[in-house]
Design a protein around this ligand. Structure first.
Ligand SMILES: Nc1ncnc2c1ncn2[C@@H]1O[C@H](COP(=O)(O)OP(=O)(O)OP(=O)(O)O)[C@@H](O)[C@H]1O
Length: 252
């Protein structure tokens, strides 16, 4: 995990160099370069099939690159599974959320990282109390205030909120959000985007993958536009406009 000192040197928190990802003979990432600085929200944009999710899955370790180099805090690192990415301080919210319908909200939040008492027994009360805390502070979404409710009874947006609450609670240096607002209402979306800014103030950088350029423009400090598996445009918010970004996304 990175220390504060790493964040202060100007070294990117994360850097991927010359990344190639092949699915069989199909080139999904073609010499892609991408970095995440400290204290920034990066908007990862591009049309359908541009390679955004492939890049996010590569960063989060579930889809390692065919070739290329990864640096975390300036140190060359191998990230070839989810555990390695979490150890490197990276947390991911996926497009297809992996929740267990038959389990309660609180069990889902702590899945794989259950709170335990002495002798390793699960501490259900601690998880329940903590879940109430997380749901109240992170993503205030109606209908998910009872941590004992089974996830199977929730709407798509509410399920997404549980996944977001889980990621936010175990927050790391870097949060990857792949289309996190696709099933959220307008109010929920605004709350989540505000939360991403708040996380930044607390020192967590984020990568936001979205087709909604207005959301991206509202919340991101820098934009990377991808097409055909590679970067075709990059600019800080102060150096570009939403019109220019739209142009790059639809032109490529
Ligand atoms: N497991 C896979 N096997 C083969 N090809 C794949 C696989 N996953 C993705 N692809 C292909 O790689 C390309 C990039 O897909 P990816 O999902 O990364 O794009 P994207 O930019 O996230 O698109 P969208 O915005 O539609 O989600 C697409 O042409 C897709 O068909």
């Amino acid at each position: 995990m990175l220390s504060k000192a790493d964040a202060d040197t100007g070294t990117p928190l994360y850097e991927a160099r010359n990344i190639v990802k092949k699915y069989g003979s199909f080139l999904a990432l073609d010499n892609m370069n991408f970095h995440i600085g400290s204290n920034e929200v990066v908007g990862l944009l591009g049309d359908n099939g541009a390679g955004k999710s492939t890049l996010v899955k590569m960063i989060s370790g579930i889809n390692p690159p065919t070739s290329g180099e990864i640096y975390v805090g300036g140190r060359k690192t191998e990230i070839r599974n989810r555990a390695a990415s979490e150890a490197a301080g990276i947390e991911t919210i996926y497009q297809d959320i992996a929740l267990v319908d038959s389990m309660s909200i609180s069990r889902n939040i702590f899945m794989g990282r259950e709170l335990t008492r002495r002798f390793g027994f699960m501490d259900h009360r601690a998880m329940r109390d903590k879940a109430i805390d997380i749901l109240g502070s992170a993503v205030q979404i109606s209908g998910i205030d009872d941590p004992d409710k089974e996830v199977g009874f929730l709407s798509g947006g509410q399920k997404q909120a549980v996944a977001i609450a889980r990621a936010v609670h175990f927050k790391r240096n870097i949060l990857l959000l792949d289309e996190p607002t696709s099933a959220l209402s307008v109010r929920e979306t605004e709350h989540l985007l505000a939360y991403v800014r708040e996380l930044k103030r607390d020192g967590t950088s984020s990568v936001l993958v979205t087709h909604n350029l207005y959301h991206a423009y509202m919340v991101c400090d820098r934009f990377v536009v991808m097409s055909h598996g590679t970067k075709v445009f990059e600019a800080a918010k102060k150096d570009t406009t939403i019109e220019e970004l739209t142009d790059h996304v639809i032109r490529t």
